[in-house]
Design a protein. Sequence first.
Length: 181
Amino acid sequence: MPVSESTYKKVALEDPSGAWELHDGELRRKPPMTAEHNHAMWRLTAQLARQLDLARFDVRSNAGSVRRSSQSYYIPDVYVVEHEMVRAQFGTRRLEVFATPLPLVVEIWSPSTGDYDVESKLPEYQARGDLEIWRIHPLEQTLTAWVRQSDGSYSETLYTGGVVSATALLDVAIELDTLFH
């Protein structure tokens, strides 16, 4: 049975360790992840934090939510958000939520969420208008990037090694060898 946006927010705030998402009005608990998933998530977060101007951007890792509609809230594995958007929520005592497009949103493949991420979350991030969306597959050691074009469509590129430069974040380059080893 679909739940309301207010019910979702109440559940998410009252049970923060539950990592609750809302997909098409259905509550969904984000499951625990594999060591490979968590390793890639931590290394990506570290690389981003070292390269970003932290006066301008924050990096979130499995924290906060992105909102597509009143029926769709997701917790990306990693994302970058402008620091002012974070500061605007200080002192509100509400669920941390970002409804406007973000410069980078990342999902990392795990056996428990791999299909769900591609079939459900990726189209929602694109519908939100996020500027760049990455899917990292730690077992295949690949990174697939979808970059928003001026006409609203997305170009897709598969990386199997080397350095990946973030299109939406100047001067950010992720070394895939470091990410996976």
